[in-house]
Design a protein around this ligand. Structure first.
Ligand code: NIG
Ligand code: FE
Length: 400
């Protein structure tokens, strides 16, 4: 199949293409679910489908979500507006632990029913790959249940689901006076079982004063490596814990949040090739004032990804297009950087080298938009110009 006469934002700068790797009047050939050839108007073969100049991007990738949960925390939104902080609420047993109580009480069917519309809302904006973390179950059965539901979502829906085990998200109440016991449970029981069942593609942790120390995270990461699983980290969200340096030492795929990242942390990420994942939704909702060090990350050549962090507490942002706008307005990313952050660099944050750009040999995961310029995906709020989605070479949404 040949798609012709599109405005291709390839996000591929290898052929000395300009911003966005843009190819006006571009075409691409799809065979067996892969892109096998692309080109500009000078070499265009007769197309099977005329895109009429519409914008084509790689299918979007949301590389950081907590999409499987039960319950609601809209009450905490009100509490924060009445003066309590995110950390106050967490220490008082709310926050993540409130979602843990609801999630533990939910069946697989409950969780699936709650997660499906959230996933569909992401997909309605051109998402073809999504990462989903556990971390709201914390005990063995609930973590396995949440990860199994995440895997099921990928079977039910035309989207690639990549999973992360986030047992070290919060200390569960039954271990409130036994931190070491919970670390034992993660490293000796839950993580091996998760790995044995093939339920996780990576292992994540939350390194923070209200969560786990670098020493504790180090233990979890060491156990992950022992099972052959890559790691990633919620780092430097509310304070500088040196989490990025720890993540870099463990060759982490990504360090996420990083508002309080230090110059040493930036250097460590650059050295290890770890992707910096920016989560402007959490910054927005927590009314953070400390900006992530975007200029330093740029200067050091650290790849920057952008994700929704979709969760019931710090980032109830069920939209990657809204997130793109927030990355530009709040973090001053250029629209090109933001779009690379949900395509090429998001793929890298997930350790996937078969997607995220429009280039021969990669999966034919494409989003087609009624938009005249790629920056139009970042510019307005509340506008969804998605026209169609092709995933693995098949039309899965809209029409061409
Ligand atoms: O990425 N930082 C820790 N975890 C989530 C928040 C989860 C929650 O508030 O429920 C985050 O922001
Ligand atoms: Fe998160």
């Amino acid at each position: 199949m040949i798609l012709g006469n599109g405005l291709l934002a390839t996000l591929d700068r290898r052929d000395q293409r300009g911003p966005y790797g843009l190819v006006p009047g571009g075409w691409l050939r799809i065979e067996d679910g892969l892109i096998t050839e692309t080109g500009g108007p000078e070499s265009a073969p007769a197309p099977d489908i005329d895109l009429n100049g519409r914008l084509v991007t790689p299918g979007l990738i949301d590389c950081h979500t907590h999409l499987v949960w039960a319950g609601s925390r809209s009450d905490e939104f009100e509490r924060r507006l009445n003066g309590e902080t995110y950390a106050d609420i967490a220490r008082a047993g709310g926050g993540i632990l409130s979602t843990v109580r609801a999630t533990r009480a939910a069946t697989r069917a409950d969780l699936l029913a709650a997660a499906l519309p959230r996933l569909d809302r992401l997909m309605a904006e051109g998402v073809t790959t999504v990462e989903i973390k556990s971390g709201y179950g914390l005990d063995l059965d609930s973590e396995l249940r949440c990860l199994a539901v995440a895997r099921m979502l990928g079977e039910l829906m035309p989207v690639s689901v990549v999973t992360s085990y986030l047992g070290a998200h919060a200390l569960p109440p039954e271990y409130a006076t036994n931190r070491a016991g919970y670390l034992d449970l993660i490293c000796e029981t839950v993580l091996p079982e998760v790995a044995r069942r093939g339920l996780a593609d990576a292992v994540d942790a939350f390194c923070e004063t209200i969560a786990f120390t670098p020493t504790e995270v180090d233990r979890v990461f060491t156990a992950a490596h022992g099972l052959g699983l890559p790691v990633k980290l919620h780092a430097e969200q509310l304070s500088d814990q040196g989490g990025a340096q720890l993540a870099a030492r463990h060759r982490a795929l990504s360090a996420d949040h990083i508002e309080y990242l230090s110059p040493e942390g930036v250097a460590a990420l650059a050295q290890s090739g770890t992707v910096a994942v920016l989560l402007p939704g959490a910054f927005h909702y927590l009314k953070e004032t400390q900006l992530p060090p975007v200029a330093a990350l740029r200067a050091a050549g650290v790849p920057i990804a952008v994700a929704s962090d979709l969760n019931p507490g710090s980032s109830p942002v069920n939209s990657l297009l809204t997130t793109l706008n927030m990355a530009c307005v709040l973090f001053r990313l250029t629209p090109e950087e933001a779009l690379a952050g949900v395509t090429a660099n998001a793929a890298r944050a997930l350790g996937l080298d078969d997607r995220g750009r429009i280039a021969p040999g990669l999966r034919a995961d494409l989003a087609i938009w009624d938009a005249a310029r790629p920056g139009d995906l970042c510019h307005p709020l509340g506008v969804n110009p998605l026209a169609a989605v092709i995933r693995g070479g098949a039309l899965t949404r809209g029409r061409l």
